[in-house]
Design a protein around this ligand. Structure first.
Ligand code: CA
Length: 230
C-alpha cells in the first residue's frame, strides 16, 4: 500500500483551492491531491485566491503570501465561503496559526507535513463540516453517500437507522479488511460500550435484512465482519 492508503475514496471529486506561493510545494500538493481524486485549483497570491474562493469545497492556505497577510486573507475568504480552510504554516509560526483559527480556519498542518496526515485532516474537516456530501463511495452493488448518509443497493435506495449506517460506514472505510466487533463498537458507538455485545448482532441483522442480501456482509468467524467483494 502506498502512502496515500486505501481510504482516499472520499476525497474523489472534492474541489481543492491550493493557496501557496512556493511553486515546488504547490506542484507537489497538486500532484498528490490529483492522485487522491481531487480537482485542484492553484493560486499563488491572495488576489488569485479571491477569484477562485467561491468554487472550492476545501481550501489549503499558506499563510506566507507575497501580496497579503495570510490571516487577513483567511478572514476575507471566510466571509465569502463556508468551505473548510486548512492553514499550512511553518512549524514555528504558532501565533499565526492561532490567529488563523480565530479568523475562521478549521484546522492547520505544519510544514513539513506528511501527505497522509494532510489527507486525513482534509477528510476530517469535510466530515465535520458536512461537506463530504455528494462523495459517494461504491463497493460492488453498494453506493454510500457518506455526507448525506444515503445508501443504495444496485440503484435502489435503502433507509437505514443512524446506527446501521455507522456500522456500514465502518466496514466501508476499508472494504477489504476484516473489522473486529470491538472496532465497530469503538467507532459506531459514541463511547466504549460496556453493555451486552448482542446489541451489535441485532443491528447487524437488521442492516443485512435492509440491504436485501445477507451475503453483502460476511461474518469472519472469530474475527469480525467484512464487506463481500460482490
Ligand atoms: Ca509562502
Amino acid at each position: 500500500m502506498n502512502e496515500l492508503g486505501a481510504v482516499t475514496e472520499d476525497l474523489v471529486g472534492v474541489r481543492v483551492l491550493v493557496v501557496e506561493d512556493d511553486p515546488s510545494i504547490a506542484e507537489q500538493l497538486a500532484r498528490g491531491l490529483g492522485r487522491a481524486g481531487c480537482h485542484v485549483t492553484a493560486a499563488r497570491t491572495g488576489a488569485e485566491a479571491e477569484r477562485h474562493v467561491t468554487d472550492a469545497d476545501l481550501i489549503l492556505l499558506d499563510l506566507g503570501l507575497p501580496d497579503i497577510d495570510g490571516v487577513a486573507l483567511c478572514t476575507q475568504m471566510r466571509a465569502r465561503s463556508d468551505a473548510p480552510i486548512i492553514v499550512v504554516t511553518a512549524r514555528e509560526a504558532e501565533p499565526d496559526r492561532v490567529s488563523a483559527l480565530d479568523a475562521g480556519a478549521d484546522d492547520y498542518v505544519s510544514k513539513p507535513f506528511g501527505f497522509a496526515e494532510l489527507l486525513a485532516r482534509m477528510r476530517a474537516v469535510l466530515r465535520r463540516t458536512g461537506r463530504a456530501e455528494g462523495n459517494v463511495v461504491r463497493h460492488g452493488r453498494l453506493a454510500v453517500d457518506l455526507g448525506a448518509r444515503k445508501v443504495e443497493v444496485a440503484g435502489d435506495p435503502v433507509t437505514l437507522t443512524a446506527k446501521e449506517f455507522d456500522i456500514l460506514a465502518c466496514l466501508l472505510a476499508d472494504p477489504t479488511r476484516v473489522v473486529s466487533r470491538e472496532e465497530i463498537f469503538d467507532r459506531a458507538w459514541d463511547e466504549h460500550w460496556y453493555g451486552p455485545t448482542k446489541v451489535l448482532d441485532v443491528h447487524m441483522a437488521a442492516l443485512r435484512r435492509k440491504l436485501g442480501d445477507s451475503s453483502l456482509i460476511e461474518t469472519v468467524y472469530g474475527r469480525g465482519f467484512r464487506l463481500s467483494a460482490s
